[in-house]
Design a protein around this ligand. Structure first.
Ligand SMILES: C[S@@+](CC[C@H](N)C(=O)[O-])C[C@H]1O[C@@H](n2cnc3c(N)ncnc32)[C@H](O)[C@@H]1O
Length: 332
């Protein structure tokens, strides 16, 4: 049996996002596909492979540039299930489209930001009637749930689009898991540690003396702290996710944990793109000061990031990150 989308369902909608050019930021993000720490997807691929059947539809919520979709297609070449990538970033979605425009098992939908209401659409507002009638057989959210500020509404909408016998697969390296072994990292919390290490380098090494006055300006530093926490959100505990899932009508069937080795150089390559969020106080972030950082200060910022990383990881080439995986099904 070959996979079929519902009749009259357009795999690729004709929309502003699908007509735009592919941008650099999305391409930069997509390079994480080759990073060792993206092995965090392996367990997810196995979990989905055990559950999904030919003819099924998997909704890849926050599917981004399609890295998980690529791994699923690669791992299960002969299988006939559809993957619907839904994402709030038109740029990421556009790159996913670039990669899979001609793959009949892939479809794409954009979650719009409703300006007047100050919120993102929920997934039940995004899917078209033929798919809402059919519903999806499984839903996955990888490396993204820690970004949802409206978690209860997001999960309530998942419940509406999932079949009663469907399953939800969630995973993230930014969930505070009480079983995290000593010595492991919550991956985004490395940023706070890098920030503290950079402060210490600026205070003690005369090479960075130009940035010392900034450190004593409490308002300036507080504004950059707030900016950093917008890029790298405060980590919520596992119990928060379990509570919301439960109160929105899901039973959490399993919680698994994996140690994911991350290469320091690859994590640096990823983080340096977000230097303004991570170490904006070095030279001043445009979002705080209103003007662009000088090229020299930007170079110092990135160098301080690299040295901060050397410091927090004790010169090691790798660190261990803790990933958490939840599998859920709707309560009948
Ligand atoms: C770190 S990327 C992960 C992408 C992909 N799932 C993966 O594992 O490579 C996070 C994704 O979540 C999306 N995202 C962020 N906030 C979201 C929200 N509130 N609702 C839906 N998607 C969101 C982003 O656009 C981005 O594509």
């Amino acid at each position: 049996m070959s996979f079929q989308w519902p009749a009259s369902f357009a795999r690729v909608p004709d929309a502003e996002w699908s007509r735009q050019d592919v941008g650099d930021l999305a391409r930069k993000y997509d390079t994480v596909e080759n990073h060792g720490w993206y092995d965090n997807l392996e367990l997810t691929v196995e979990q989905i492979g055990r559950f999904i059947r030919d003819g099924d539809i998997l909704l890849d919520y926050s599917g981004g540039t399609g890295i998980l979709a690529a791994r699923l297609l690669d791992r299960f070449r002969e299988r006939e299930f559809g993957i619907l990538i839904v994402d709030s970033s038109p740029k990421f979605l556009r790159l996913a489209l670039e990669k899979f425009r001609h793959e009949p098992r892939l479809a794409f939908r954009h979650i719009r930001y409703l300006k007047e209401e100050g919120r993102l659409e929920t997934v039940d507002e995004v899917l078209d009637p033929p798919l809402l009638d059919r519903r999806v057989d499984a839903l996955v959210s990888s490396n993204a749930i820690h970004l949802y500020f409206n978690l209860p509404e997001t999960i309530r909408a998942w419940r509406h689009v999932l079949r009663p016998d469907g399953r939800v697969f969630i995973q993230s390296g930014n969930i505070r898991n009480p079983d995290m072994p000593a010595g492991e990292w919550i991956i985004d919390e490395t940023v706070e540690a890098i920030h503290r290490a950079a402060i210490s380098l600026v205070r003690t090494d005369s090479r960075w003396a130009a940035y010392r006055t900034a450190l004593d300006d409490a308002d300036y530093m507080a504004a950059h702290d707030a900016l950093r926490r917008k890029y790298f959100l405060p980590v919520r505990p596992l119990s928060y996710y379990v509570d919301v899932l439960t109160s929105e009508g899901f039973e959490v069937l399993s919680i698994e944990r994996a140690t994911i080795p991350a290469r320091v150089d690859q994590w640096y390559e990823f983080l340096r793109v977000y230097h303004e969020g991570a170490l904006g106080w070095v030279g001043g972030a445009r979002k705080v000061t209103g003007h662009a950082v000088s090229p020299a200060a930007e170079a110092d910022r990135v160098e301080l990031m690299r040295r901060g990383m050397e410091k927090i990881f004790g010169g090691q080439q790798e660190f261990a990150a803790c990933w958490t995986y939840l599998t859920c099904e709707p309560v009948q």
